[in-house]
Design a protein around this ligand. Structure first.
Ligand code: PLP
Length: 367
């Protein structure tokens, strides 16, 4: 299933190459709940099912994913759509026990209550126990926040052989860092709130799939649940997406440098980054990822040390989200993730790398 990845330069000119004389180069924001629709109800009619600004964002995302996409008002909106579109009472769902925690909350507090049998497994060792009997296997690789990596192609092939489907949360890498659909995964879900939006000013998510039946279910879910994005948010995400390649490239390159230096710093008890040659994820990451990402997991001595490190650094925003142009960090145990009290998820931003390292090092040296 090897495909040539879509060219980012074509994404930048997707719209331009279809313009007529006098059309605006920038995407127009269409803020309307109703559309002129006399007679037979064909084409755009109502803002819960259609919006031209959504469609422009979906067109751009579809180019990057090389698959049709539907956008949602957040990453969790996309994950909910994918799961509600594929599960029913009696279905069996397997999710990572160490992935993004809200997916576990959704599964335990809503899906299980409706009769879905939910099982959890750690990302490291995800294949142990096999996949027989699972209708939907939900993958997250690299896992957030531990950054463990799983062999997506072999899991997708095995689940498909057994009659199930795979869904991958590709938030941490985006299609520029990893292409789950090309690895055989049935559906991708992502939070575009993170690096695709990139400026910490919008929430957005999308589902991508090459399976027309699944796509139709997801679209119907959006229309009937009413979980639709606002046109303004779609416009902002479209604008963010146009600089994703530049930002992502800088963020991943800087993360490699920072991870290597952190690993040598005496205050760091452990550093996890798939790009470090000694990292347990490294070999698999090199096989299936084209970039190693911008997230680094850093464990410091204890809670107080980690908080001091984050809050004393002028180039780190203490935030719960990641993927923005401003570097940010969070002690994940504050949300109950199963990690050490001094575990910090560091999201490397767009600052020049030497300036960022100088600030990080000063904060670490002062601990
Ligand atoms: N998936 C992952 C891996 C995440 O980290 C997040 C948010 O942090 C989400 C999904 C949910 O995205 P959103 O906050 O846009 O709903």
């Amino acid at each position: 299933m090897t495909r040539t990845p879509p060219r980012f330069s074509d994404l930048l000119h997707l719209r331009g190459n279809a313009l007529e004389r006098g059309d605006p180069i920038a995407l127009p924001l269409v803020q309307s709940s109703m559309f002129h629709q006399p007679g037979t109800p064909e084409g755009p009619g109502y803002g819960r099912s259609h919006n031209p600004t959504w469609e422009a964002l979906e067109h751009a995302l579809a180019h990057l994913e090389a698959a049709p996409c539907r956008i949602f008002p957040s990453g969790m909106g996309a994950i909910s759509a994918a799961l509600f579109a594929t599960l029913k009472a009696g279905s069996r769902l397997l999710i990572p026990s160490d992935g993004y925690y809200v997916t576990r909350v959704l599964s335990a507090e809503f899906l299980a209550v409706l009769g879905v049998e939910v099982s959890e497994r750690p990302t490291a060792g995800f294949s142990e126990g096999g996949f027989a009997g699972f209708d939907v296997v939900f993958l997250e690789s690299p896992s957030n926040p531990g950054l463990d990596v799983i062999d997506m192609a072999s899991i997708a092939a095995e689940v498909r052989r057994l009659g199930g489907i795979t869904i991958c949360d590709n938030t941490t890498l985006t299609p520029l860092g990893q292409r789950p659909l090309d690895l055989g995964v049935d559906m991708v879900v992502a939070s575009d709130t993170k690096s695709p939006g990139g400026h910490s000013d919008v929430l957005m998510g999308h589902v991508a799939t090459r399976n027309a039946t699944l796509l139709e279910r997801v679209e119907t879910w959006r229309m009937v649940s009413g979980a639709i994005p606002g046109p303004q948010e779609a416009w902002l995400t479209h604008r963010g997406l146009e600089t994703l390649e530049v930002r992502f490239d800088r963020m991943c390159s800087s993360a490699q440098v920072i991870a290597e230096r952190l690993a040598d710093h005496p205050a760091a008890e452990t550093v996890r980054y798939p790009g470090l040659p000694g990292d347990p994820s490294h070999n698999l990451a090199r096989q299936q990822m084209t970039r190693m990402g911008f997230l680094i997991s850093l464990t410091l001595k204890d809670e107080a040390t980690a908080e001091r490190f984050i809050n004393a650094c002028p180039l780190l925003r203490p935030t719960t989200s990641f993927g923005g142009v401003h570097s940010s960090a969070e002690r994940r145990a504050r949300w109950g993730d199963d990690v050490a009290p001094g575990f910090v998820r560091l999201s490397v931003g767009g600052e020049p790398v030497e300036e960022l390292w100088e600030a990080l090092k000063a904060s670490l040296d002062a601990l």
